[in-house]
Write a protein that binds this ligand. Sequence first.
Ligand SMILES: Cc1ncc(COP(=O)(O)O)c(C=O)c1O
Length: 404
Amino acid sequence: MVTHLLDLSIPAEDAAFGLMADFDADPHPNKVSLIAGAYREENGKPWVLPSVRMAKEQLRDENHEYLGIAGSPTFINLAKDLIFGPVVSGIQDNIGSIQTVSGTSANHIAATFLADRLRPNRVFIPSPTWINHKSIWEATGVTVAEYPYYSSSTKQVDMAGIIDTLDQAEPNDVVVLQACAHNPTGVDLTKSQWRQIADLCHERSLFIVFDSAYQGFATGDVDGDAWAVRHFTENVLALENHPGLCVAQSFSKNFGLYGERVGALHLVLPRNVSAQGARGEFMTIARREYSNPPRFGASIVQKILGERGLRVQWKHDLNTMSLRIQSTRCELRRGLEKKTQQDWSHVETQIGMFSYTGLTKEQVSRLRDEFHIYLLPSGRISVCGLNEGNLQYVIHAIGEVIKI
Ligand SMILES: Cc1ncc(COP(=O)(O)O)c(C=O)c1O
């Protein structure tokens, strides 16, 4: 019987992709999209990184055979080195890694595996966070709890709220942390705040899932952006009976390979514990869900990370992106302060692709209805969507909608 398939209601559209479709359908000549988390050049067009262009030239004769279930071993090793740096040198057995279908499937495989094997009572995700964390974890059946990450009154991390909430977590509960350039707030923890959270998670035996989607993209410095992951990893390796951690690693933003779906998942366990059984289970999940990961994007990343000249070019490309974002933030702040006589310093101090402007839902609706400027209802803008051609228009429009 298929009666349970009849009259299914249509689920609500994905907030971000639904808005993008509305934007595409809007015929207004001055429309501006500040929705997508994708880098744009000064002219508003997508940017193929020069390092990626060069690598593609060299890959012209690549074949299109299947990769293995765990992906390309060379890619996996380079990905591991990029995120962990010297912290894991010489360590083999207690790290288990596979290539994934970008950051989304790395998060999903981690969640599926942990729900099945660690069996946490709860997973704690930041509030707010990347839209998919909640749905990925809800699908596993684990109870999803939130820790308050951001205070809208101070426009800073809500450190007291994080500590109070995680203090109530039970051993084996999972905590999802964003490694850098927090989506959607653009506000990151300081090193001393990271240390405090690492100590608390260890004291309470909490399992960490790091989501690293912006390494190098955030500040141009791949090592600086991996500091938190490396600090927690040192703890796992140094402390006995640490529950361990996962890192879901995305190459979408830092290589501009959004549609190629390049990612990796790593599990780090204490020194005396092998992660190879867990890696085998990651592969079982991958096999049943997509068999093996996409080849071409990983070949590009592998080529760039594995060849000195291309790697130097890539670092240059990261600087190009992060510096353009930083200077756009600076201009946006200056323009808004001039227009509104209010403090907009948060727009400049936040990090990465997004700015949590503080605009209300009503103001966001007015921007869309009256000015054809599209952003998420939370007030999050993708700074990359701004350029010389639209910045003054956006500043003017924001100035108009915040007038009482
Ligand atoms: C925090 C965070 N995690 C993961 C992702 C996953 O991206 P992808 O699946 O393209 O790697 C994103 C993308 O925006 C993100 O912001």
